[in-house]
Design a protein around this ligand. Structure first.
Ligand code: GLV
Ligand code: GLV
Length: 325
């Protein structure tokens, strides 16, 4: 009989679901009708699966992997981040992991730049002011001003594919310096003209602090009270990686006290963020619902890659994007 594939959502791109339906015994969780799959349902439905098509909402933990049983050959996530997956257990069971790097790099970098500009130029705050009837003088010399990108120092923490793409894009804005926080100098840094430095130095010198690192044991909670205290009082903090790299209470305090000027977040904890969350009441905090990779083109390419990662892995072939466990 055909191998079973569990698909954790019914709203993944149609082509990708159909491609799997044509080859496999597919079980689809109807999230449109039932909401996101719960851990209990995930554990129940995954039994006997050879492959799992999932995304970052779905915690693929030890219980899920064990519930799948020995049939499980591949977990294929529609994301570049793999922090929702128990890598150790996968490795110990010889299960392969597919993910979707590269195809989302430019979209995520574009969104990061958009978030940086939305935050620095106060786009949401000023738009809301119009809706509130607060646009009373056609033009006001010092109202709704923000800091310029041109001539600024930008610090990028997490200088991988996305961080480097952000750096390339920001060069067009004529920033004066791009710093990247990294233990070692990277060849890609030199090519772009970016300067390697320590995280602490990056925080002290940057007008814009951009976080594009992966979430790991090393980066969890990294941006805490001490780190915000090192930043300039005029600094703008932008995060498009994972919410858990930030101590969010410390960020909230830093925004309220004026320790830093503003923050732009595409990621936070928890997601979805409750609509009454304190961060949402701050004028100097721009919050987006985790849309870094959300271009039509990229989401289609990601879904295609998820399918190819599954089909190749089940044939024992090289996968388009296998995460090294
Ligand atoms: C999005 O956050 C991703 O990991 O693809
Ligand atoms: C980067 O663009 C630099 O000039 O340092």
């Amino acid at each position: 009989s055909k191998p079973k594939i569990l698909i954790t959502r019914s709203d993944y791109p149609k082509n990708s679901i159909e491609a799997l339906e044509s080859k496999y015994n597919v079980e689809i969780w109807d999230n449109v009708k039932n909401g996101d799959i719960t851990k209990k349902d995930f554990v129940e439905r995954v039994s006997g699966a050879s492959g799992i098509f999932c995304c970052l909402n779905d915690r693929v933990d030890k219980d899920v992997i064990e519930a799948a049983g020995p049939s499980l050959k591949v977990v294929s996530t529609m994301s570049v981040g793999v922090d929702h997956v128990d890598l150790k257990t996968l490795k110990s069971k010889g299960v392969r992991l597919g993910y979707t790097p590269d195809v989302l790099t430019e979209a995520t970098a574009e969104l990061t730049v958009a978030l940086l500009l939305a935050t620095s130029r106060r786009l949401l705050e000023s738009n809301q002011a119009i809706r509130n009837g607060e646009w009373t003088s056609a033009w006001a010399p010092l109202k709704w001003c923000g800091p310029a990108l041109k001539g600024s120092t930008v610090g990028i923490y997490g200088y991988g594919r996305i961080g480097q793409s952000v750096a390339r894009k920001l060069k067009a804005f004529e920033v004066s310096r791009i710093l990247y926080g990294s233990a070692q100098e990277k060849p890609e840094g030199k090519a772009i003209g970016a300067i390697q430095t320590s995280l602490d130095n990056l925080l002290k010198e940057s007008d814009f602090v951009i976080v594009t690192c992966a979430l790991s044991d090393k980066t969890r909670g990294l941006f805490n009270k001490d780190k915000f205290a090192m930043m300039k009082s005029t600094a703008i903090f932008v995060n498009s990686s994972r919410g858990a790299v930030v101590d969010q209470d410390a960020l909230h305090d830093a925004l309220v006290s004026g320790q830093i000027r503003a923050a732009g977040l595409d990621v936070m904890t928890p997601e979805p963020l409750p609509s009454n969350h304190p961060l949402l009441s701050l004028q100097n905090c721009v919050i987006l619902p985790h849309i870094g990779s959300a271009t039509y083109q990229t989401r289609m390419l990601m879904a295609d890659m998820v399918v190819k990662n599954i089909t190749t892995a089940l044939h024992g072939e090289e996968m388009p994007a296998e995460y090294a466990l």
